[in-house]
Design a binder for this molecule. Structure first.
Ligand SMILES: *[C@@H]1O[C@H](CO)[C@@H](O)[C@H](O)[C@H]1NC(C)=O
Ligand SMILES: *[C@@H]1O[C@H](CO)[C@@H](O)[C@H](O)[C@H]1NC(C)=O
Length: 385
């Protein structure tokens, strides 16, 4: 008996290692050895390195917003992991991209919750489904995550039903333990989802979010955290209540932040992207998170070229703002035409080349579903800028 215990431990360790290596190696086109060499060269430089943000965790490889997804992103070298946050009925913050639970959990397959299905207006859009604000944390803990886009990422769906929905505190606990194991600081980049909507339900997110961050030691402008939002009013409110770094996200140019929309305002994201708009943002935020096309739009043929770079990065930098565009994804279907690899939509194309162009455009970090590819692209750029 005494001898079989280490055997089991070794077996489990090998399983975990092979799982991680499979995720890192088989599923990506990077040359690991080269990336490692370049990473060590990078550690010698004193330049501030652009940050790699694990978008929803390693969401290219496992169902998003799970502790498995965040862990793999960290093991792949992400500098930050990005939990999106929604509220439960009992006021807890949990990691989901949407308050609509059927998009990323198995709630629709659970007869005990069948009666919770309903129709609501969320940010002006009518949606039928199951909503986080109608479930207590205890109930949400009975659900399991499923892959959001199984048609694009069929391999991820093999994990459907395996992972819980984590709370923000559990995400922080994971980061703290992995910081010790990895001997490096790992940031968190939480996004408040639908803050105006949750205000309307009496479930405001700002106070619980700040309470959890501050009580876990995230304090001051140098804390390894960025709080992000597509809305403006909640960021301005947060600025009054914390000195933690804040990031203004940008949606499509013609649309407005939902708080502006709800208040009958006329501020579009296009106006916010002007020099005057960026200067105004700098009064309450330290960075901006634009959709990629604000930085380099694709041409009419779907090609991406550096000569088409806009003045967005220069204007944001002149206003004192960092620029972290979203979202870099490796599958052909998300890549510009000139960087695709054949015509199969789910095959990986040259995502490193896309990231490289944006690094050359001067960005300070970026959101990616494939942190391993992002780290390889970033490290190669630091060696040969
Ligand atoms: C292109 O796709 C093929 C599979 O169809 C793959 O073997 C190859 O590694 C891909 N090339 C790159 C640069 O990702
Ligand atoms: C990209 O740049 C080329 C050359 O300056 C120009 O002809 C083309 O219209 C630009 N496309 C976009 C989408 O800006």
């Amino acid at each position: 008996m005494a001898k079989s215990v280490p055997g089991i431990v070794v077996f489990v360790a090998l399983m975990l290692t092979s799982f991680v290596l499979t995720a890192i190696h088989n599923l990506s086109p990077i040359e690991n050895a080269r990336a490692e060499n370049e990473a060590s060269a990078y550690s010698d430089t004193s330049k501030p390195a652009p940050i790699v943000i694990g978008h929803r965790g390693a969401s290219g490889y496992v169902p998003e917003h799970t502790l498995a997804a965040y862990s793999i992103a960290i093991l792949q070298g992400a500098d930050f992991i990005e939990p999106d946050l929604v509220m439960t009925k009992d006021g807890e913050l949990v990691a989901r991209h949407d308050n609509v639970l059927d998009l990323t959990t198995d709630v629709a397959r659970r007869p005990e919750f069948g009666a919770r299905k309903t129709t609501k207006i969320v940010d002006g859009v009518s949606i039928t489904g199951w909503f986080s604000e109608d479930f207590t944390l205890r109930e949400i803990k009975q659900l399991r995550a499923i892959e959001r886009i199984p048609e694009v990422r069929p391999a991820n769906a093999r994990f459907d039903g395996q992972f819980e929905i984590p709370t923000l505190q559990e995400v922080i606990d994971l980061v703290k333990s992995m910081q010790r194991a990895q001997k490096r600081r790992i940031g968190i980049y939480p996004e408040t989802k639908h803050p105006t909507y949750f205000d309307g339900l009496g479930l405001s997110m700002e106070a619980p979010l700040l309470h959890i961050l501050h009580s876990n030691g995230y304090k001051g402008p140098r804390a390894r955290v960025f709080i992000q939002s597509f809305e403006t009013a909640n960021l301005k409110e947060l600025r009054q209540r914390t000195s933690l770094p804040l990031v203004q996200l940008f949606g499509s140019a013609t649309s407005k932040p939902y708080d502006v929309e709800a208040a009958g305002g006329d501020l579009t994201y296009a106006k916010m992207a002007t020099r005057a708009g960026l200067t105004e943002i700098a009064s309450y935020a330290g960075g901006v998170g634009p959709e990629k096309s604000y930085v380099i739009p694709r041409d009419a043929n779907g090609k991406l070229e550096l000569r088409n770079q806009t003045s967005f990065v220069a204007d944001a930098h002149a206003a004192g703002l960092m620029v972290h565009p979203y979202t870099f994804r490796a599958e052909n279907s998300f890549l510009p035409l000139n960087l695709q690899n054949g015509s199969e939509p789910n095959v990986f194309g040259d995502a490193q080349a896309e990231i490289r162009l944006f690094l050359e455009a001067g960005i300070d970090g970026f959101f990616t579903d494939h942190s391993n590819i992002g780290v390889a692209a970033r490290d190669a750029f630091l060696v040969r800028p």
